[in-house]
Design a protein around this ligand. Sequence first.
Ligand SMILES: [Zn+2]
Length: 255
Amino acid sequence: MDFLTKKRVKNEGIVPQYYVENNHEAIIPRELYLQVQEEMKRRSLLFKGKEGRRRIYSSKYALSSITFCSDCGDIYRRTYWNNRGKKSTVWRCVTRLEEGPKGCTSRTISEEDLHSAVAEAFNQVLSGGESMIAILRENIETVVCESNEQTIANIDKEMEEKQMELISYANFGKDYENLADEIQALSDRKQAILTEEAESQGEQDRIIEMMEFIENNADKSLDYDEELVRLLVEKATIFENNVVVRFKSGIEIEI
Ligand SMILES: [Zn+2]
């Protein structure tokens, strides 16, 4: 019964390939999956700029591509400022840079001010100490979801039965369209459950990292640190009079 072999199924298009292949789904390691998800999320944020334009970003600096303009939603870019011969490093909204004040009127922030605002956010989190950890612990409980093992096992079993049924339908020349739709729906449902599970696991990991950071640095006052920003900060938003730092653990600090 070489009807079942992938090659033949594929070449003759009798049964679309994935119906049989579902039994041998590739499982991506969780860590890799989460890494990809995080990178996708980071990139998707970049589409939120004015008119949904995509920005080419540099990842050379930890704050590149995660620093946003509160006025127009575009990203802030690191650039040089030459004020009457006095050179300094500043961060400016890209729309403002390209179109001037008619595009966006957001402020220019010196790198020094931006860095100290971010460092201050870290220090405020640290000064929260035990109470901050208690909040994070509560947050973990809200993202923990019950195990879906049994649900997944049921879906797998149902999918397998339907696949066998589909193959016999196809063998006897019967119409299997409905059956194929049902299998696809089951597969979609399984994927959705797995995705949700991995995401809540990822959220938990971010919160745990933050708790560890607080425990390891209790009573310290930290300077700005690129590595810590990469590890813990989700985004920074520049407002006229303040900077809002959002951590990956969900905590938001306004400076
Ligand atoms: Zn702007």
